[in-house]
Design a protein around this ligand. Structure first.
Ligand code: 3HC
Length: 311
């Protein structure tokens, strides 16, 4: 690539300018953005499955309506992000095929089962809480369409996090069985939520380049630390115990020291060995096949409208 174009691009990014679809960009910048944005979209769409599991079993009409709204939001986030990836030249079919064939990744967090209603609270509180920590800085990511998509997504994530925390508050202040359910959900979702931030910085092949190109504004470990510092007081307010015996406030650092993430588990789940990974892929492939007629009908309708307009 012509050096003067690369230099001009680097200068624009360093000046915190947004790069827009029609602007010149290094092929590697385009490629890593398609990688990150499409996998972000896959995560949103697969993320509908664990929560969808409880829509028909929500404990009240209000909880059902709120969960329905949240799951629909996640689907919308996925479509928003597929569109952002398409502005870089990615095709929807290719991205979906990459997900269904296992070539593309989606967040490890969605490979864990939702065993009780308290999991819906823990997911909203912890998983959407981690997503907010990760997505707020992405509102200033250097690629314009991605940054703008994040502004809308973050507004909805806040509602997701609040409704989850409210579920945990009700359970934590409920009967002993309800308290136990809330603690059990925290025990199962705490560490997988920390894994959402990715491998440690020294084991992250993409972070250095993504920081230089201001795709990322903070590193994986920085965001993980911020998440722990914000979330531990929330667990204490609920009277619940974070399942980490090494968790301790470090006054010198002004942050919590915490235990080591189980990277064995992380990489196993990234490799597709998560507890319900197979079911997630089967469900996505089935939905894609079952809804083929909707896509074909929409395409036929579009073709008719175009023909009418051209006549
Ligand atoms: N699950 C699956 N794969 C993961 C992962 C995780 N939790 N964390 C990292 N990886 C993958 C990366 O994709 C990368 O593989 P690749 O090169 O084949 O894509 C590899 O592990 C090494 O990780 P890196 O840190 O080098 O990769 P990144 O620099 O891309 O950082 C990331 C990973 C922090 C997830 C970053 O991609 C990111 O910020 N993505 C946007 C946010 C996102 O995708 N969040 C996923 C959850 S969506 C969500 O929470 C929705 C909410 O509504 C619930």
């Amino acid at each position: 690539e012509p050096q003067e174009l690369v230099d001009a691009f680097e200068a624009r990014v360093a000046a915190d300018e947004f790069i827009e679809p029609k602007d010149w960009m290094p092929e590697a910048y385009r490629k890593t953005l398609i990688r990150q944005i499409s996998q972000h979209a896959h995560s949103e769409v697969v993320g509908m499955l664990p929560e969808g599991n409880w829509i028909t079993r929500a404990p009240s009409l209000r909880r059902k309506a709120v969960l329905l709204a949240k799951v629909q939001d996640e689907g919308g986030h996925g479509l928003y992000l597929y569109c952002a990836a398409e502005t870089l030249g990615a095709s929807r079919e290719e991205m979906i095929d990459a997900l269904h064939s296992g070539r593309a990744k989606y967040s490890t967090i969605f490979n864990y089962p939702t065993l009780t209603w308290a999991d819906i609270g823990a997911i909203g509180w912890l998983v959407d809480g981690a997503a907010i920590m990760n997505q707020v800085p992405l509102q200033r990511t250097s690629y314009g369409p991605y940054a703008r998509a994040m502004v809308r997504v973050c507004k909805e994530e806040s509602f997701h996090q609040r409704q989850g925390y409210e579920i945990m508050m009700v359970l934590a202040n409920g009967t002993p069985e309800q308290r136990e359910m809330a603690q059990d959900a925290l025990n199962r979702w705490w560490w997988p939520s920390l894994m959402m931030f990715g491998p440690s910085d020294e084991n992250s092949p993409n972070t250095a380049q993504s920081m230089r190109w201001r795709i990322k504004r903070d590193t994986n470990d920085e965001l993980r630390q911020k998440f722990v510092d914000v979330t531990v007081p929330q667990a204490e307010f609920l009277g619940l115990t974070v399942p980490d015996p090494d968790l301790k406030w470090n006054a010198e650092r002004g942050a919590y020291d915490f235990g080591a993430v189980d990277w064995e588990e992380f990489y196993a789940v990234v490799r597709g060995e998560g507890p319900v990974a197979r079911e997630r892929m089967l469900a996505r492939r089935k939905a894609w096949d079952d809804n083929r007629w909707v896509r074909e009908a929409a395409a036929a309708h579009e073709a008719k409208r175009a023909a009418k307009k051209a006549a």
